[in-house]
Design a protein around this ligand. Structure first.
Ligand code: HEM
Length: 415
């Protein structure tokens, strides 16, 4: 690959926000969204950061979609997170499929897709409903204050552990490790960064490697068994690959869904008309409500791509080695696609949001599972207690990567 072309000094509008400055990500969310609206009005993607070391921001729906669907020019290797995982971390923990391209990615995706076949997902649906009922039973019983810890995090975590076949006796430890990995993330000048908390992940990796060895000897029909035992093509994951995949599921499948659920409760509280509509006819409006929660909150703010060959896009010609950042959070408010994009409207149709990615080979593997989980949980939350509501606004974590909710106070009456 050629060395990155030095970015031309950009005649930036003096009022334009600097996305490379961590303090931008500490601004109130409304101000950040306003800054993205200004960026969408530019003729071409703007450049942020030091010359040659920064990135171009793709902020329009059309541009994010086009780059997502052209992995030949916009590669996921060497990494989609900023900063990308250190080489030693990849060597120790194994690389994650989100950072792979081409045949290597296709092979990995084929193996792990076994977890997400319609048949397995149909079987998981019953389990998802049972988990939702159990989480809400405990909530009614214990009357906790914080919705995130007691409900929003528990739901996706239990679902993933059931799906994988992680025994109950390992769960508490894994949950604690994830908390450590997520809360002790390296904070650079006050900003949450992905890919840190490595010691906690290393321990989790050991637990998974041990389970992989056990299941290889005695398969039990769960997902770990399916992934580590070779199928008809002779394809299987090594223990290290399994650990990397499980870590990915915990971040990609638990953290994202937890944040979507927490924002969901805040949005439904803030918009009682939308909540009434959903309660009145849950079956009709639930799918639309989940999509609108994911669009409006956009749990993953951005992923990055690296340009591999010259390519024109959105009014600019990109050169090999340059970085582009796909801002899903901006694409999901693009007024060229969404009428009144800041309005929370569960009847929005169509709703071609990019919360699960812009299409292409990396499109979220778990979008259907996320839908199942959120529908099952909100059904329980809106029908069992009376008047369950957020109290105050979600407490957000400063992050340029995810729209993470640290805590959300809530209240309800029992019927
Ligand atoms: C509301 C919840 C969720 C959101 C907002 C979300 C969002 C995303 C996004 C933005 C991507 C990257 C797409 C791209 O690069 O084109 C992604 C990839 C992925 N997601 Fe999700 N996700 C959610 C839930 C889940 C769940 C529940 C699972 C699994 C149980 C999951 C598993 C994955 C995996 C494995 C990938 C990587 C796919 C690949 O690289 O081929 N996600 N997700």
């Amino acid at each position: 690959m050629q060395s990155p072309a030095v970015a031309p000094p950009l005649a930036q509008d003096a009022d334009l926000a600097d996305l490379a400055d961590p303090s931008f990500w500490q601004l109130p969310r409304a101000d950040r969204l306003e800054a993205f609206a200004r960026l969408r009005r530019l003729d071409a993607p703007a450049y942020f950061g030091a010359p040659g070391r920064g990135f171009y921001a793709l902020v329009r729906h059309a541009d994010v979609t086009e780059a997502s669907r052209d992995p030949r020019h916009f590669a996921s290797a060497p990494g989609v997170t900023t900063p990308e995982p250190a080489a030693w971390a990849k060597a120790v923990f194994g690389n994650s499929m989100v950072n792979m391209d081409g045949a290597e990615h296709a092979q990995m995706r084929k193996i792990v897709s076994r977890a997400f076949t319609p048949r397995l997902l149909a079987a998981a649906e019953e389990d998802v409903r049972a988990v939702a009922a159990r989480v809400v039973d405990e909530m009614l019983d214990r009357r906790p204050d914080d919705f995130v810890a007691s409900v929003a995090s528990r739901m996706p975590f239990e679902v993933i552990c059931n799906l994988m076949g992680v025994p109950e006796n390992h769960r508490r430890e894994i949950a604690e490790r994830i908390d450590q990995a997520s809360e002790n993330v390296g904070v650079k000048r006050g900003l949450r960064m992905p890919g840190r908390g490595l010691r906690a992940l290393a321990h989790m990796q050991l637990v998974m490697a041990k389970l992989a060895r056990e299941r290889r000897r005695h398969p039990t029909g769960d997902l770990i068994s399916a992934l580590v035992c070779a199928d008809i093509d002779g394809q299987a994951l090594s223990s290290r690959q399994l650990g990397a995949f499980f870590s990915l599921l915990l971040v990609a499948g638990v953290e994202t869904t937890r944040n979507a659920i927490a924002h969901g409760l805040a949005l439904l509280t803030e918009h009682p008309d939308q909540r009434d509509l959903l309660v009145r006819d849950f079956e009709t409006y639930a799918d639309g409500a989940v999509d609108e929660i994911v669009r409006h909150s956009t749990p993953i703010i951005q992923f990055r791509r690296t340009v591999t060959a010259e390519r024109a896009l959105g009014g600019r010609t990109f050169r090999p080695g340059q970085k582009v950042v796909l801002f899903y959070a901006s694409a999901n408010r693009d007024e060229a696609v969404f009428k009144d994009p800041d309005v929370f409207d569960i009847t929005r149709s169509p709703n071609p949001h990019l919360g699960y990615g812009g299409g292409g080979p990396h499109y979220c593997l778990g979008s259907h599972l996320a839908l199942q989980e959120m529908k099952a949980l909100f059904h329980e939350l809106l029908t069992r207690p009376r008047d369950l509501r957020a109290v105050g606004l979600p407490e957000l974590v400063d992050s340029s990567f995810d729209n993470r909710v640290r805590a959300l106070r809530f209240a309800f009456e029992t019927r």
